[in-house]
Ligand binder design. Structure first.
Ligand SMILES: [Cu+2]
Length: 150
């Protein structure tokens, strides 16, 4: 399946960029969101361990990498599965069609804690997704401000 595209300003179709970065590590999943500025690697990025949030009925592109050994990203309900190889960044895409919570599991035997390397993907309606984003970004901002205070 080809990577999803969207119309660019000049009318041609351009590939959709990753909206979430997924970092696998023994034995958890970290999900990085770009924050209010829409850019990764800036101070307002939001990181949640074990929680992937996506909007329903929209193409979602994930950039996946590992911070240590081999892992494999698997969402059984979506039949989406991607091995994660050290030193590589891979893209995975899908369109979730039903709101709800879905299990994410690692399917590469990655060490003693492999059995517990799970996360939850929440598929939100458009309205819920916007509300969740606002809450998550506010919480992340509050944390940053708190940490900067003497
Ligand atoms: Cu594993």
């Amino acid at each position: 399946m080809a990577r999803p595209t969207r119309p660019a300003a000049d009318g041609h179709e351009e590939p959709i960029e990753a909206s979430v970065r997924v970092v696998a590590r023994q034995f958890d999943w970290d999900f990085w969101y770009p924050g209010p500025d829409g850019l990764f690697d800036t101070l307002d990025d939001v990181m949640l361990t074990g929680e992937l949030h996506v909007p329903v009925d929209e193409p979602v592109v994930l950039q996946i990498e590992t911070q240590d050994v081999l892992h494999s990203f698997f969402v059984p309900s979506l039949r989406v599965k991607q091995d994660i190889v050290s030193g590589m960044r891979q893209l995975v895409w899908f369109r979730a069609t039903k709101p709800g919570d879905y299990e994410i599991a690692c399917t590469e035997l990655c060490g003693w804690g492999h059995y517990k390397m799970k996360a939850v993907m929440t598929v939100h309606s458009a309205e819920d997704y916007a509300a969740w984003r606002a809450r998550a970004e506010a919480a992340a901002g509050a944390t940053t401000v708190g940490a900067a205070e003497p």
